[in-house]
Design a protein around this ligand. Structure first.
Ligand code: 2AM
Length: 185
């Protein structure tokens, strides 16, 4: 079994902007800057044969490049915050691509869970018990509502393997899938 996920790596400038937001939020456990990413589909603990089948289909995807930007901050876990995240500006291209890759992963036999896709970049996590100063956290998130990045062009998808270690997850790139350049008219 291989614990894996497909997602988007983020340009250096975007990761820099996210690090500023991490600094402004009271986060006990920040995601390491090199680990900041946008997950399209978490493939779970996937049998190797299923992952290989998904990989072949990801390679065969004919998907054009598109533009994306991050926008806003939020929390998962209402009364008991679990995760602080940066949101993604509405993108029909992203949603379309996500639906495609999720279908591929499911069809290949990866144990994809049924949760609805909520595009986000996780900035940090709150290990239990819930943060003591929830007010401060909510205020900091509210202040971050104006957060947005410049749009960037998404040029490839990345397949990562996730190794769970005592020092948090470590991500290893298994494959990259280039998106096709948009033909200029
Ligand atoms: P998260 O950042 O919101 O936690 C690797 O774990 C990536 O897959 C993370 O981006 C994580 O999202 C995402 N993911 C989605 N579902 C997951 C699950 N059930 N377990 C672990 N990670 C999951």
């Amino acid at each position: 079994m291989i614990r894996a996920f497909l997602g988007l790596a983020l340009p250096q400038a975007v990761r820099g902007a996210l690090q500023v937001q991490q600094f402004l939020l009271p986060l006990p456990r920040k995601v390491e800057p090199e680990n900041l990413h946008l997950t399209l589909v978490f493939l779970g603990n996937c049998p190797e044969i299923a992952l290989e089948a998904a990989h072949e289909e990801f390679e065969a995807l004919r998907q054009g490049r598109f533009s994306l930007a991050l926008e806003g901050l939020g929390l998962f876990g209402k009364d008991k915050p679990r995760v602080a995240w940066a949101g993604v500006a509405a993108s029909a291209d992203l949603m379309h691509l996500q639906a495609k890759v999720e279908t591929i992963a499911r069809r290949a036999g990866c144990p994809v869970d049924a949760r609805k896709f909520l595009p986000h970049v996780t900035l940090g996590r709150f290990p239990p018990p819930p943060p003591v100063d929830a007010m401060r956290l909510e205020r900091a998130v509210a202040l971050g509502q104006g957060f947005r990045t410049e749009p960037w062009e998404v040029t490839e998808l990345t397949l990562w393997r996730s190794h769970l270690t005592g020092n948090g997850p470590q991500y290893e790139v298994l494959a990259r899938y280039p998106l096709t350049p948009i033909a200029s008219s």
